[in-house]
Design a protein around this ligand. Structure first.
Ligand SMILES: *Cc1c(COP(=O)(O)O)cnc(C)c1O
Length: 403
């Protein structure tokens, strides 16, 4: 059976009523026959049947043993960090999601957890950063917003060899798989120990919920994460669990269309005169293209590009003149979104550091939605043409001044 068929039919029909949609168990507790004698559930923080269906579904999607659903992507990341102890070290990708950076630096640092940020697209840099205290390697691939690619197999080998090489403990590899999704990339099958997701993005897929997930390769690690979920309590509620299941049902179909449109958009952008660089792992010119092709089935729905006129003003003019691409944070929904990282997601990063990472003033990120590809390209074209016209006018004016 193919993956999509299996996925759709792994969602159980309700044995009680035959309901084809998963019931939403909106309850806090479960009646017991005698103390400790119950039907598998006793209190809904510890376990809820709707959430359990989602957790099983995501574990299957990622090819893992255990899925654990949280109230947000950051709550999922938080649970993974809680596997560590004071004094442990993390090696993380240097263009990590801003929220994870804030959590590491402003919450966990004061509990004695240190993070070393390196360019993980170069596995040698990960190797060099290892110390006897390293317990976790944290990667995103592709990254946000320049879509840098890290070789999951290579980094997993480094993590595993470190333990074999006499370090005093296991080094876990965790991949934030939010951008690629398991429809394209399954890190656990490439050697990772954990996967985290912001379910808010592609898994939910409709920009209507906030959710997070952890999936572990082995059941023992899964039990540790489940323990933390119950002990710390940041669970996903039953209605949002149901929404997320509903989103996942169409994940493969949506990702196929997101990816096809993104590829066409990347090609279009490359040919437009006001565009400088185009970032899309599906382009043969992308430095991570071959690694991405070797570890994922496709290249996803996010495209970033920079404008030749590298200014906040030009970028602002662009992001306020698209019509179908709505200006908003977030990504992965059915409606196309545009964002300007320098003024939005990356505004707290010092300008010099931000620019050095390729997030220049004129960089724009697109989340390709499910509208018709030609309409999306037409929308981008009219907004880019407007910039071109403006540039031409400015040039003429300059000529006049000098004449
Ligand atoms: C959005 C996002 C997160 C955080 O998820 P929330 O659901 O917003 O808490 C983490 N990682 C990546 C890559 C994201 O895009």
């Amino acid at each position: 059976m193919q993956a999509t068929t299996q996925l759709i039919h792994s969602i159980p029909v309700d044995p009680l009523t035959g309901a084809i949609s998963v019931p939403i168990y909106q309850t806090s507790t479960f009646v017991q026959d005698a103390p400790g004698v119950n039907k598998g559930y006793d209190y809904a923080r510890t376990g809820n049947p709707t959430r359990a269906t989602l957790e099983g579904l995501v574990a299957q999607l990622e090819g893992g043993s255990t899925g654990v659903a949280f109230a947000s992507g950051l709550a999922a990341i938080d649970a993974v960090v809680k596997l560590l102890q004071s004094g442990d070290e993390i090696i993380a990708c240097d263009d990590i999601y801003g929220g994870a950076f804030r959590l590491f630096e402003q919450v966990y640092k004061k509990f004695g957890i240190t993070v070393h940020y390196v360019d993980t697209s170069n596995p040698e840099a990960v190797f060099q950063a290892l110390t006897p205290k390293t317990r976790l390697i944290w990667i995103e691939t592709p990254t946000n917003p320049t879509l840098k690619i890290t070789d999951i197999r290579a980094v997993s080998k480094i993590a595993k060899a470190h333990k074999a090489g006499g370090s005093d403990g296991r080094v876990l590899l965790c991949v934030d798989n939010t951008f690629a999704t398991p429809a394209l990339q399954q890190p656990l099958l490439l050697g990772a120990d954990l996967v985290v997701h912001s379910g808010t993005k592609y898994l939910g897929g409709h920009s209507d919920l906030i959710a997070g997930l952890v999936v572990t390769a082995d059941a023992e690690l899964g039990q540790q994460v489940k323990f933390l979920q119950n002990a710390s309590g940041a669970i996903l509620g039953p209605f949002d669990s149901w929404l997320l299941i509903r989103g996942i049902e169409t994940l493969h179909l949506r990702i196929r269309q997101h990816s096809a449109s993104a590829r066409a958009i990347a090609a279009f952008l490359e040919g437009h005169p006001v565009v400088d660089k185009v970032y899309y792992p599906g382009l043969p010119t992308h430095p991570g293209h071959l690694v991405a092709a070797g570890q994922s089935k496709g290249f996803g729905g996010i495209v970033s590009f920079s404008l030749k006129e590298d200014s906040i003003e030009a970028a602002t003019a662009f992001v306020t003149s698209t019509e179908l691409f709505k200006l908003a944070e977030s990504l992965g929904g059915i409606k196309s979104l545009v964002s300007h990282p320098a003024q939005m997601t990356h505004k707290t990063i010092p300008a010099e550091k931000r620019r050095a990472a390729g997030v220049v003033d004129g960089l724009i990120r697109l989340s390709t939605g499910l509208e018709d590809t030609e309409d999306l390209i037409a929308d981008l074209r009219q907004a880019l043409d407007r910039l071109e016209l403006k540039a031409e006018k400015a040039e003429k004016k300059e000529e006049k001044v000098y004449a």
